[in-house]
Write a protein of this length. Sequence first.
Length: 250
Amino acid sequence: MTARVVLTLLGLLAAGAAPVAQRGAVVVSAAVSLTEAMQRIAQAYAAAGGDRLVLNLGASNTLARQISAGARVDVFISADEAQMDGVRDDLVPGSRVDLVANQLAIAVPSDRPRHFASARDLAQSAIRRIAIADPAAVPAGVYARAYLERIGLWATLQPKLVPVGSVRLALAAVEHGAADAAIVYRTDIAAARGAREAYAVAAEDGPRIVYPAAAVRTGPNQAGAQRLLAFLRGPESAAIFERAGFRPLR
């Protein structure tokens, strides 16, 4: 990573403090599932002469709470529309755009690879602990619960579910052997070292997962926010998102 890219993993570290604005930078609060893509975009943006980006990565609900509390954030990128809707009054009118789509998948440890015929294989006795982002608050968990309820598995699997604070923590539970499986985004597994994909929920069968972005009214770098939003919608960012496994919006 170049020196122009500043990365803070507030969400993964479960820190609740808001990011600190820096002169000449654009502070971006982005869903932690965007980590690798946003790191690459920050590099590409810097190489193209863009502003220095300060990336504040975490669960979207945590980032939304920071914004509601007055955090000095220039751009918010959420993993779902609900969290963006929740901070509607804090956004710059007309700045909101939808960037990319994602889909759910089941991760298993790399040293215990499995292939599932469907999500119903999670009910097997060999699968004792299933990590999931908090289904009451974190977008990935909300999506997972909605999907499991729709296919009639939520009640069956509840005794096995281990809720955690973010989708990346769910993936980490699998990578470190604390869970036999996790329901995460497919893009998370693509970036994992100690986990593999056992099953991917087809986009047409799963929940609609869209990542919206918008400028935040309290951000000190309004001009920089608008420039970045334009770059995020451009072909270079689109190519980076697609290489990371995100799907273009149709």
